[in-house]
Design a protein around this ligand. Structure first.
Ligand code: AHR
Length: 657
């Protein structure tokens, strides 16, 4: 028979087989704590990007409800046949300096003209659910009697799928009129038509339609399916409201929290800077109505058991855009906003801002512990502005932990400068951002091993592995998620340095996104978590209280033979939780030796997250294509023999006794 292998190739193959059969001896010592884990360790970062708030978690279905978009009738279509000029006009009370100056004046039935209808297209359509109730409301002003407003829900083909009639009460001032209706069919791309019956002139403003099945059934509340995905993660913190929207294109467009509380009709809308930031993903209909404001964010944090982490503008607009800075001698109002926010969150009801919180329905304090000053700001201009905030806030509220910016990148001159300055200022927490490719994540699993153990702590506040480099145009796939899982073993092992971590961005609407990848994708009716979502959730649900020594050949496991690992002990559940990541295309046989444990149950829970296809993504059609699967694994004489499948993230939970 013809010799198939050369001798060299044969020896190489035998060596390979021998290597494949030699288990990698991982040693975990549950008694050797390497880091205490903060309860805030794994959190979420919410920004109104990709239609995350308006058109996203804020459940309002009417777009441009107060006619304050740059084009006052954007999102609305006026229907009247034949069309009578001047039957609908947009009026502006500009002289009165109101937060919501525009309204619509409609002349109905004059000279026997045909009925006037106005159709709102929603946020790339409206998600309407069969048998679900909807709360319609409008602010109206009219002297006419007998006017009726017909409200109709429409499907994508303009068929009626729910209707009701609201008898308008005459009123000299704007007054809220409301009515409930029920949908008769499901529709992802629905619309809402309103039309007038009767004769008279009527002024309309704040036209609103909310589903009744909001999160916690709060009227005018949030989309329940999206918030449930967050709640399921049990995040340690929620950072809000951004991101770049905090900075604004220029200072006039910065996020001002005081304009986002109180009655919603008094919250002044501004353009969302993601409206025009990426010419290839323009969203001319993207505005911030602030129906979802700081009170609602605090309430959301409380609902999902997360620490609130608001970020405030530091007197600097986005340095990639206008780079407009407030003069240092005019910074006081910005600093005052920060002090007032702390009072709004924590102050007694007898204080000015505590009273406003109480008036909104929350007399108890929100117990704010963290506050961010600036988002991705950099340079000496940031440091000198930050110093003013730090001095004033620490003097009045020394217990508040300030989160500070290390700029846009995790390395380079800007980062080095800020890191040094911030540590010199004894900053509480330094926020680091990294949007990088898969290799960066794999190569940086040891990033924090060499960070100082005293002084400033780190928040890995925005990170994402981008499958296609950092162009930000592709959806998440399994390979990018796996590289984050590998990197996160390094965060966990260094939990004494890294106190907070969050993926970014959080939400994206499939028909209205500006930035990808993102953690959770939605359309108007459904939502699903990406492979990354499951990675983040597995870390968060298996956070533990202390990271313990995990080694191979007495070294931390951070890429040798494509393996990554870390372990924690949950002292309340009395569990040792092991995280293993195999980023190679071959399975890896391991023998895991468990030390420092007197007794344990012989059967451990094993959660496997993997896919044979590294480019696999989840979708509306297959929301759980890449999702965790549970099984068990046996431990014999403190040893666990386990072959980690190719391209896998594994969590093993050992019950200690
Ligand atoms: O997460 C998207 C953007 O990325 C954030 O707004 C900003 O902080 C970063 O540049």
């Amino acid at each position: 028979m013809k010799q198939f292998f050369t001798t060299g190739a044969f020896l190489f193959l035998m060596g390979f087989v021998a290597m494949a059969q030699t288990p990698r001896n991982i040693v975990i010592n549950a008694n050797k704590t390497v880091a205490k884990i903060e309860p805030t360790m794994w959190g979420v970062f919410f920004e109104d990007i990709n239609f995350g708030a308006d058109g996203g978690i804020y459940a309002e279905l009417i777009k441009n409800r107060s006619f304050e978009f740059s084009k006052p009738l954007m999102g609305w279509k006026i229907e009247q046949k034949p069309f009578v000029e001047g039957a609908v006009t947009v009026l502006n009370r500009a002289g009165e300096n109101l937060p919501n100056p525009r309204f619509l004046r409609v002349k109905s039935g004059i000279d026997n003209q045909a009925p006037i209808a106005m159709v709102n297209e929603g946020f790339r359509g409206m998600g309407i659910k069969e048998k679900n109730g909807y709360d319609f409301s409008v602010q109206s002003r009219t002297a006419a009697t007998g006017l009726k407003l017909h409200i109709e829900l429409l499907d994508a083909k303009n068929n009626q799928i729910g209707s009701t009639v609201l008898a308008i009460q005459p009123s000299a001032d704007f007054s809220k009129q409301a009515i409930h209706l029920v949908a008769t069919a499901n529709e992802k791309k629905g619309q809402c038509r309103i039309w007038l019956e009767g004769k008279g002139t009527i002024d309309l403003d704040m036209v609103s339609l909310f589903p009744e099945d909001t999160w916690k059934k709060r009227p005018g509340g949030m989309r329940a399916d999206m918030i449930q995905l967050l709640a399921d993660m049990k995040p340690g913190f929620i950072r809000f409201p951004g991101g770049c929207i905090v900075e604004g294109f220029d200072l006039s467009q910065r996020y001002q929290w005081k304009k986002t509380i109180g009655p919603i009709e008094d919250r002044q809308l501004i353009i969302n800077r993601w409206n025009f930031e990426f010419p290839n993903r323009n969203a001319p209909d993207y505005f911030q109505t602030f129906g979802l404001g700081f009170f609602e964010y605090f309430q959301l944090a409380e609902d999902i058991g997360a620490e609130a982490l608001p970020i405030l503008n530091c007197g600097m607009a986005c340095q990639f855009n206008s780079a407009e800075f407030v003069q240092l001698d005019q910074l006081d109002p910005y600093v005052q906003d920060a002090l007032d926010l702390i009072e709004f969150a924590n102050g007694a009801v007898t204080t000015t801002w505590g009273a406003k919180r109480a008036a909104m329905g929350h007399p108890a304090a929100f117990n704010l512990k963290f506050l961010g000053i600036g988002n991705e700001n950099w340079g000496p201009q940031y440091i000198e502005r930050l110093a003013h905030f730090q001095k004033a806030i620490k003097a009045k509220y020394p217990a508040i932990n300030l989160v500070t910016s290390s700029g846009t990148d995790p390395s380079g001159a800007r980062y080095e400068y800020l890191n040094k300055e911030l540590r010199g200022m004894n900053a509480d927490i330094i926020d680091e951002h990294f949007y990088r490719n898969r290799d960066w994540f794999l190569q940086n699993a040891k990033r924090y091993d060499t960070f100082p153990r005293t002084g400033s702590k780190v928040m890995a506040g925005e990170y994402a592995s981008h499958a296609d480099g950092i162009s930000g145009n592709k959806k998440n796939n399994w390979q990018s998620a796996l590289s984050e899982a590998a990197f996160m073993t390094g965060l966990e092992r260094n939990a004494d340095v890294v106190h907070l971590a969050s993926y970014a961005p959080l939400f994206a609407h499939l028909d209205a996104w500006q930035w990808a990848p993102d953690l959770i994708w939605v359309d108007n009716l459904q939502s699903y978590g990406t492979p990354e979502y499951h990675v983040q959730k597995l870390y968060s649900l298996n956070k533990g209280h202390k990271a313990v020594e995990t080694s191979w050949n007495k070294e931390v496991i951070a890429g040798q033979d494509s393996l990554y690992a870390s372990s924690v002990v949950d002292t309340l559940a009395n569990e040792l939780i092991i995280k293993l990541v195999n980023v190679s295309f071959s399975a890896k046989q391991t023998q895991i030796q468990l030390e420092g444990i007197k007794k344990m149950l012989p059967q451990a829970e094993l959660i496997l997250l993997n896919s044979p296809d590294p480019t696999a993504i989840n979708s509306i059609e297959q929301p759980m294509l890449v999702a965790p699967k549970s099984s068990t694994v046996l431990i014999k004489k403190n040893k666990l023999d386990y072959e980690i499948p190719a391209n896998s993230f594994v969590v093993i939970k050992v019950k200690l006794q």
